[in-house]
Write a protein that binds this ligand. Structure first.
Ligand SMILES: Cc1cc2nc3c(=O)[nH]c(=O)nc-3n(C[C@H](O)[C@H](O)[C@H](O)COP(=O)(O)OP(=O)(O)OC[C@H]3O[C@@H](n4cnc5c(N)ncnc54)[C@H](O)[C@@H]3O)c2cc1C
Length: 265
């Protein structure tokens, strides 16, 4: 797959709730080739903070006059790099490299799909839901979870691409109170077993979803958001231990970020 790098212009950039931002970037050739689950490495230009690019998932495609003209990012401000991003405005440029990583695999035969998104993990999964709907006519069941209502993102967008959106918050401020994994567990016991579960979110959530999927004998692809310095297999900083052979490692940037959950948990 071809890799693109350029200083891409920011088309729009807005705050979503308290700590989340959505940014549109003009980058047509990258957007046209990006698959759901792939990511880009980004860094503001003209300064030294942060020194290294940061990985963010392709969240949505931008289309103008029927032509793909760019893509969107959805990110949470957690530290220096994302804080620096949040200060940029429409018209500024961002150093962008991508698309990187393997992306989700969508076998022909899948019909009944669960998507499990913890917090900003929804960034890559929304693009997947759109892809499943448009390219496969598959309408997934979506589980959205977060600490509170402020962490429930893309609700309206997902309602138009799924059969059902099931919401869980830890403090009960939106949807059911509890952990998203309890909702997934419950659905697997009462609903028709899905052909595939796709998940992205905090590591603990991904491990639990992987275990639930294995217990119900359902295939499960998880997207890992490991700390990553280069994004293309040079620094080897994003090592992930293989489940079946301790002291043997995958690298999330080139072998992932999407894995069969049984390979890593
Ligand atoms: C393939 C991939 C796709 C990603 N997609 C998105 C996305 O679409 N939207 C989004 O908001 N984030 C995404 N992330 C996570 C994002 O890259 C990090 O939040 C970001 O790099 C943090 O940079 P920072 O400089 O703001 O924080 P730093 O200053 O680097 O770190 C601040 C704090 O956050 C912790 N931290 C940093 N990175 C991570 C991480 N990946 N997981 C858990 N804790 C971390 C650090 O340990 C530290 O405590 C993705 C990560 C990967 C690997």
């Amino acid at each position: 797959m071809k890799l693109y790098q350029k200083k891409a212009q920011i088309l729009h950039h807005e705050k979503v709730g308290t700590v989340y931002f959505r940014m549109g970037l003009a980058f047509d050739d990258l957007a046209r080739s990006a698959r759901p689950g792939q990511f880009v490495m980004v860094r503001p230009t003209g300064g030294c903070i942060p020194l290294l690019r940061r990985p963010l998932s392709v969240h949505n495609l931008l289309v103008e006059n029927g032509e793909v003209c760019g893509f969107e990012l959805l990110y949470k401000v957690v530290g220096q790099g994302t804080l620096a991003l949040s200060g940029l405005k429409a018209g500024d440029v961002l150093d962008v490299l991508g698309p990187l990583g393997n992306g989700f695999s969508c076998p022909e035969e899948i019909r009944n799909v669960f998507i499990v998104a913890g917090g900003v993990g929804v960034a890559s999964l929304y693009y997947l839901a759109l892809h499943l709907k448009k390219q496969r006519a598959v309408w997934p069941t979506v589980f959205l979870g977060g600490r509170s209502a402020a962490d429930i993102l893309c609700l309206q967008e997902l309602e138009s691409t799924s059969t059902k959106v099931d919401i869980t918050t830890e403090d009960g401020s939106m949807g059911q109170k509890g952990l998203i994994t309890s909702s997934v567990q419950k659905a697997l016991t009462v609903a028709k077993k899905p052909d595939m579960i796709y998940a992205c979110g905090p590591q603990g959530m991904l491990k639990a979803v992987g275990e639930i999927a294995a217990a119900h004998n359902v295939s499960c692809q998880i997207s890992l958001e490991t700390v990553m310095a280069c994004g293309f297999g040079v620094c080897l900083g994003c090592a992930v231990e293989k489940a079946d052979s301790p002291e043997a490692y995958f690298h999330a940037c080139t072998d992932g970020p999407v894995f069969d959950s049984r390979d890593v948990f």
